[in-house]
Design a protein around this ligand. Structure first.
Ligand SMILES: [Zn+2]
Length: 214
């Protein structure tokens, strides 16, 4: 009975006005299968893209996957990502690096979304997924102020192995951009010629100043 009720709830906005579909028509229409360029200002990334916004259905699917371990939301996210990539990857990365988490947070959550997403991008692009970084211990980014995030940037990650060429760094959410900035700095210091970023959901100032790269 509980399963039947859950199935009728839209995974993108929570409305119960849908039948067997996991998301309502409104959310489905917002899942546009296209990578949206986002600003790389104040970061070391050459380009960055998002598949949606944090305050839209993509953001809700990310939250349900990360914090609710909702398998259906994860499947929808993966499908949305693959649709975006199949519409045209803007470049060919030499390697794909998921933003790492700490072992403790991995155990606490039981899922690491950037790793799942990086695997999907690897399948579509043919580029290898490389665990080039590890996360240093410290406060999660969500518990830091923006100033603290920027200050902590250089100490956020440590290199695990060297990379080469053009690296795509993958995360689930982009807020201040400090996480991807710190990851880019570490990758550039360890062999990358250039670094671009891809996130599922973008929020905060970087999304508001979004620019189009033609
Ligand atoms: Zn909905």
């Amino acid at each position: 009975m509980l399963d039947l009720i859950a199935i009728r709830e839209c995974l993108g906005c929570g409305t119960t006005e849908v039948d067997a579909s996991p998301i309502c028509d409104s959310c489905d229409a917002q899942l546009r299968p296209a990578l949206q360029p986002i600003s790389t200002r104040r970061t070391l990334m050459t380009h960055a893209w998002s598949t949606g916004t944090y305050d839209g259905p993509v953001g809700e699917l990310v939250r349900r996957t990360k914090f609710g371990l909702d398998q259906r939301a994860c499947i929808l996210l993966e499908g949305h990502l693959v649709c975006c990539l199949e519409r045209g990857l803007p470049f060919k990365p030499d390697s794909i690096v998921p933003v790492p988490t700490t072992p403790w947070r991995m155990m606490a959550r039981g899922i690491h979304l950037p790793e799942i997403l990086a695997g999907r991008i690897g399948q579509v692009s043919g580029a290898p997924v490389v665990w080039a970084l590890r996360r240093r211990w410290g406060l999660p980014q969500s518990q830091r102020t923006f100033a603290e995030r920027l200050e902590a940037g250089p100490d956020l990650f440590a290199p695990v192995q060297r990379v080469a060429g053009h690296v795509l760094v993958v995360d689930d959410v982009l807020t201040s951009g400090a996480t991807l900035h710190a990851a880019s700095a570490e990758l550039l210091a360890n062999g990358a010629e250039s670094v671009s970023g891809l996130v599922m959901a973008a929020a905060g100032p970087l999304r508001r100043v979004a620019v189009r790269h033609s």
